[in-house]
Design a protein. Structure first.
Length: 414
């Protein structure tokens, strides 16, 4: 629950003098279990310069209103350090401070962290935030259903994804899907439809919104000697999976929510977030599944994965910016970033740590997702989620052509 889990920790601010005047009490907001923060502070007791860190667990669905209300009230409740989702950067970056150059530079961010972390750099090279962790799209696949259908490996391309889905999907005598190969093409019972949709747009080369802030969704693109419309192609591809007139059909609105179908072994492939791994394991500990990178377009020159990057930021309203940025930098150093990733079950976003996950089947997929994460300039996350869900439904129910459906989304985003 947002705001009710508060943990006061005896932490450390490195590089600060050990006298009493140098000590600062910092307030930090985040989305991970406070027990992880407690354990982290437990391994940092011997570093010079102690400080007290109050960690407040926030709900990802309500943190924005909490943040705005806190800024409006002012006072001691304003967080000094905030774990900040990249989707909200365009909407709220005017409320974030820049890191002092003496503490952190543009060059350090570019050299030490994944490329998607560059979104937390201003056009002039100022640092808005330090990449902390990511929650990117991955492919969960049921090993038993693959084995039953003599499929040995997860798909690397969307063409392979379609072929495997077809092999796994089972229908009864009335044509009703009883076992689904893949959940795609509807917005009502696939929670991750908005992210899947934007990922396919980005993989096809549609920026959605360009660097000037102009909405360019649905535009034409040159591919060799032909003109293509990647967003239309993406909608067409997804809609086939829910169209009963198509042989590739594998999904219907009669199915339970996609993840529920996956954990009950009625779904062969589930496109989900990295953060869902533990939740899936907890719901069905006996489920025999694995993780793979999200499929890509065939012959694509670049691997692209959708998702969200979380960064450590310091609000302008914090009166303790120097200390807060010092702690944020310390929190993201090699040793601490590696430790935190292990404790949280994720992966570090540091380039010098990511190769270490190659030996682990699950985290190697997470590492590739983090390394290939591509972000777009989301004007309003809740609006974007709504319109991308609606566009998939509009196409599935044939309420609009692909072109008209995209124009509707474009108008809503402008």
């Amino acid at each position: 629950m947002a705001g009710i889990s508060v943990l006061v920790l005896t932490g450390i601010l490195p590089g600060m003098r050990s006298n009493q005047e140098a000590r600062e009490n910092l307030l930090m907001w985040g989305f991970h279990d406070p027990d992880i923060m407690q354990a982290f502070m437990g391994v940092t007791q011997d570093i010079e310069g102690a400080s007290e860190i109050q960690y407040v667990l926030k709900d990802i669905n309500t943190w924005e209103s909490d943040f705005l209300n806190t800024l409006a009230r002012g006072g001691d409740d304003i967080p000094d350090i905030l774990v900040f989702p990249s989707d909200y950067l365009q909407k709220h970056k005017d409320k974030l401070s820049f890191a002092p150059i003496a503490i952190l530079t543009e060059n350090a961010i570019k050299q030490q962290f994944v490329e998607s972390g560059d979104v937390f750099l201003s056009a002039k090279g100022d640092v808005f935030g330090i990449p902390f962790y990511a929650d990117a799209l991955v492919l969960y696949w049921n090993k038993d259903l693959f084995t039953q259908n003599l499929i040995t490996l997860p798909p690397k391309t969307w063409n392979e994804f379609s072929e495997i889905s077809n092999k796994i999907t089972r229908k009864d005598s009335t044509g009703t899907v009883t076992v689904s190969g893949a959940a795609l093409g509807r917005g009502i019972n696939i929670k991750n439809t908005p992210l899947i949709t934007s990922t396919l747009f980005l993989q096809g080369g549609d920026e959605i919104i360009d660097q000037t802030g102009r909405v360019v969704l649905g535009g034409d693109r040159q591919s060799g000697s032909v003109i293509v419309r990647p967003a239309e192609d993406a909608l067409r591809f997804m809609s086939d999976f829910s169209n009963p007139r198509k042989t590739i059909q594998s999904w219907s609105p009669a199915f339970p929510e996609a993840r529920e179908a996956f954990v009950s072994q009625k779904l062969g492939m589930y496109l989900g977030l990295m953060s869902e791994y533990k939740e899936i394991k907890d719901i069905n500990p006996h489920l025999n599944f694995a993780v793979a990178p999200v499929p890509q377009l065939k012959d694509s020159p670049r691997t692209v994965t959708g998702g969200t990057l979380y960064a450590l930021v310091v609000p302008k309203a914090s009166p303790k910016q120097q200390s807060a940025w010092t702690f944020a930098k310390y929190f993201s150093n090699y040793a601490n970033s590696s430790w935190y990733a292990d404790a949280s079950g994720g992966v570090s976003l540091r380039r010098d740590i990511l190769p270490q996950y190659q030996r682990e089947s699950m985290r190697s997929a997470f590492a590739e997702a983090a390394l290939t994460l591509k972000l777009w300039m989301v004007p309003d996350p809740k609006l974007a989620e709504q319109v991308f869900r609606e566009v998939v439904e509009d196409v599935a129910l044939e309420r609009a052509t692909f072109r008209d459906a995209l124009n509707k989304v474009k108008a809503r985003l402008e």
